[in-house]
Write a protein that binds this ligand. Structure first.
Ligand SMILES: [Zn+2]
Length: 257
């Protein structure tokens, strides 16, 4: 299944939820669709508030079984949710599994994907894809309260970091070779958790600079330049402080005071 074909798949088998015309579902996933429809308004508000921007178009959400998810999103059947172009796809069986196994609710995954979609709507496809994946994923994990990183604790992420395995905060981002977990030989949950911790660090170190940088990205600016301009120094220069700050977390529990 390639992206061009997925885009042209007819979507007329999807049924509208009574609560939200923008949330549609395959009948196999009706219960999940109803649950997400109930959470939709609060999810949209949360994403808009954290990003300081509103959606340009009402978000379209498609709630699927595993086969339908694969067919329309082009993502693997084991992925719980995904953003593809102007739509969000939710994979009912995998969302249930993540909730059972890690207590990460489907509503959190909805917020994660809506965060991607809002960015995509404002920046446009090219600027969105050019932004380093670690930032896009890290921010979506932060906004969603951890969705995507549920299988990796902060302590485990730090252990990988101190052992020299992490993403590269200085990378430029590329339309054609955007680096993600496998590029750094990191398991996905570790990549997501490390990215979220660093994004959260950047945000907490200067909230107004973070918002300025975010809005520059929404306006289509280059990633490294947007952060350097907003913070007055390159993003990579924050990395050493970040690492020094999280090192404490690798201290064995019995030595903690
Ligand atoms: Zn994501």
């Amino acid at each position: 299944m390639n992206a061009a074909k997925a885009r042209l798949e007819p979507r007329d088998r999807f049924i509208e939820t009574p609560l939200h015309a923008q949330i549609r579902y395959y009948k196999e996933a009706e219960g999940m669709a109803q649950r997400l429809a109930e959470a939709m308004d609060a999810s949209v508000q949360k994403v808009e508030r954290m990003n300081g921007r509103t959606f340009l178009d009402p978000p379209k959400v498609f709630v699927c079984d595993a086969d339908c998810f694969f067919q329309f999103s082009t993502m693997q059947r084991t992925v719980p949710a995904g953003h593809f172009m102007d739509s969000v796809f939710m994979n009912d069986p995998e969302l249930r599994r993540k909730e059972q196994q890690f207590s990460m609710a489907p509503e959190n995954f909805l917020v994660h994907e809506l965060t991607h979609l809002l960015f995509y709507q404002h920046a446009g496809a090219i600027a969105y894809m050019r932004t380093p994946a670690w930032f896009r994923e890290g921010w979506a994990v932060v906004v969603s309260g951890g969705a995507g990183a549920q299988a990796c604790s902060p302590e485990e992420a730090v252990r990988h970091l101190l052992a020299g395995s992490s993403f590269d905060p200085a990378e430029e981002g590329s339309l054609f070779r955007n680096r993600t977990a496998s590029s750094y030989a990191l398991p996905y949950p570790v990549f997501y958790r490390q990215a979220a911790m660093f994004v959260d660090y950047l945000r907490k170190s200067d909230q107004s600079a973070f918002q300025d940088a975010l809005h520059s990205l929404f306006d289509g600016d280059d990633f490294q330049k947007a952060f350097e301009h907003a913070y007055g120094r390159p993003i990579a220069s924050h990395w050493l402080n970040f690492k020094a700050g999280v090192q404490m977390m690798a201290v064995p529990k019995h030595l903690e005071r």
